[in-house]
Design a protein around this ligand. Structure first.
Ligand code: SF4
Length: 333
């Protein structure tokens, strides 16, 4: 089942106890439920002004490259239980030397959804075709401006022409491979209204999914206007235009409704405690996992994941509310 169908299924289950019981069944039946979010390199070629890559203190600490000879172990330890492998979450993965091996390993373990997030400034046809032919099923591209000037100002060091060229390359590959293209647009008070021009500029590319999402504070960043006050009065009008245009272009639109842009948390995210699994050269989802000794199975048995899920299924609503975060805090149009 593809990722978006699973997200819809999760959203359709309103009762959190049922969400945890479903997860418990997947766990004891040894089925796939992990969403592995993997950043193999802690670096980026751009300096987007809303991103922690403009926070000098943060960047000094953000170092490291995942050893290529540990990719096989990563696969053996996690991929049998992975519903999704997201390569690239908070850094730029096209800087990593061996994406090919990661995709190949995920395919070997039959991970059903293998996705790559990128700023699309370093994509090359040959490399991309290699990854796609080995099983990469989705490319997610980050975008912070519809107009060239906004793009290149907000995504410092970014090149709008290279970005559009990457969209052309991906659109042409989509004619030959089962590949999905998603664009993630982060908006703030200064780039929001440009969204009404989105399809004038990008309508000719073969985009499957567009997500728009509000700026969040990621540290001491160069752009530091986190207010959405100017956006609120025009939000519904711009959103409705985007919903209509997305329908015409057969694009799935993921967007907060007017209440969600200020709420910043969602009951749909509570199972992320067990599903979301972040791995990078400097971070591991749980310190209790013994790297290079454990597999997910040995870890889950030792820390009694099954019992923990059941305990949550019968917990008080107030306890479960404390697990909420901003993930999945959007509507699917
Ligand atoms: S491309 Fe992504 S990771 Fe790189 S600076 Fe921009 S937002 Fe941050």
């Amino acid at each position: 089942m593809n990722t978006y169908k699973l997200i819809k299924l999760n959203k359709s289950i309103k009762n959190f106890r049922l969400k945890f019981l479903g997860l418990f069944l997947l766990h004891i039946l040894k089925r796939r439920y992990l969403a592995i979010h993997f950043d193999p390199v802690n670096a980026c070629n751009l300096r987007c002004k809303m991103c922690y890559f403009t926070d000098k203190g943060y960047v000094k600490k953000l170092k490291g490259i995942f050893p290529q000879d540990e990719i096989e172990y990563l696969g053996e330890a996690f991929f049998k239980r992975a519903l999704k492998l997201q390569i690239g979450c908070g850094t730029e993965q096209t800087l990593y030397k061996n994406i090919s091996k990661i995709v190949e390993t995920a395919s070997k373990y039959n991970v059903p959804n293998i996705s790559l997030t990128t700023n699309a400034n370093l994509l090359e046809m040959e490399k991309l075709e290699d990854w796609v032919s080995k099983g990469l099923s989705e490319i997610i591209i980050s975008l912070h401006g519809v107009r060239k000037e906004t793009y290149e100002t907000t995504m410092a060091k970014g090149d709008f022409e290279k970005f559009k060229n990457s969209l052309s390359i991906i659109s042409s590959l989509k004619k030959r491979y089962p590949l999905s293209l998603r664009v993630n647009y982060t908006f703030n008070e200064d780039n929001f209204s440009e969204l009404s021009e989105f399809y004038n500029t990008f309508g000719k590319y073969d985009i499957d999914v567009l997500q728009i999402r509000p700026i969040i504070k990621l540290g001491n960043t160069e752009y530091n206007n986190f207010s959405l006050k100017k956006i609120t009065p025009i939000y519904n009008e711009v959103l409705q235009g985007l919903i209509d245009d997305s329908k015409k272009h057969k694009v799935m639109l993921l967007a907060h409704n007017i209440h969600q842009i200020n709420k910043r948390s969602s009951m749909d995210s509570v199972i992320n405690k067990y599903v979301y699994c972040y791995i990078s050269p400097s971070d591991l989802f749980d310190k209790k996992f013994n790297w290079k000794e454990d597999t997910y199975e040995t870890y889950a048995k030792r820390v009694s994941i099954g019992k923990q899920i059941i305990r949550d299924a019968i917990s008080s609503r107030s306890k479960i509310l404390s697990y909420q975060n901003d993930k999945l805090n959007y509507e699917i149009n």
